[in-house]
Design a protein around this ligand. Sequence first.
Ligand SMILES: *Cc1c(COP(=O)(O)O)cnc(C)c1O
Length: 230
Amino acid sequence: MVTKDLQTRLEEINKRIDDATRRSGRKDKVKLLPVSKGQSPEKIKYFQRQGFTIFGESRVQELREKDEKLDGVEWHFIGHLQRNKVKYLMRMENCTLIHSLDSWRLARTIDKRARKNNRKIPVLVQVNVARDPNKFGIEPSEVKDFVYEVSKLENIRVEGLMTIVPYSENPEEARPYFKQMNNLKNMLCDKGFNVKELSMGMSNDFEVAIEEGATIIRIGTKLFGERVYN
Ligand SMILES: *Cc1c(COP(=O)(O)O)cnc(C)c1O
């Protein structure tokens, strides 16, 4: 029964991604990151059987617990990362991208821990594009200087930008923010930074995000169903 639900959801999401991609005239393929926070390992296994290898988690503890229970998973960290938890992620070779670099102090900690583990970790810079006081992220006007400073760190590689926009019933309200993110990405490319990824769009607004240039969309509930926390 559960499997049927998941299959139906996955088919619907895939169709909507294809439609939005076609509408926007894009030739590249948008990557779907299933966000597994608050979801059971069994559901993750279902998506593994469908060919997904990478999952998004937003809490270090939860990510580590799930990692114990699953084989062959690669993790993207998408939540606010506390500096004292960085060491756990950097020890995990299968944690391959941090979407949520949101401060200079965090950048320095990640760089230090990555060096200890002999790796160069790809990150995305989280931008508070809506300038929401309750959200983490770099102010849009400071993104260029921030990326410039972080690019000097030897064990971090900035591969793109990420944002979480305010929830709204109407996904069109997110469009100006997504547009602004795409402009920021293009501006950085013009300045010579190799930022390829634009991680934006969630269950509620992923189609608009695709139309505005998202390369990674992060989908939780529309794919897995409601989250359960115990
Ligand atoms: C939870 C979460 C998502 C997924 O949210 P849904 O609305 O369930 O799709 C995406 N991105 C981040 C950063 C999240 O924390």
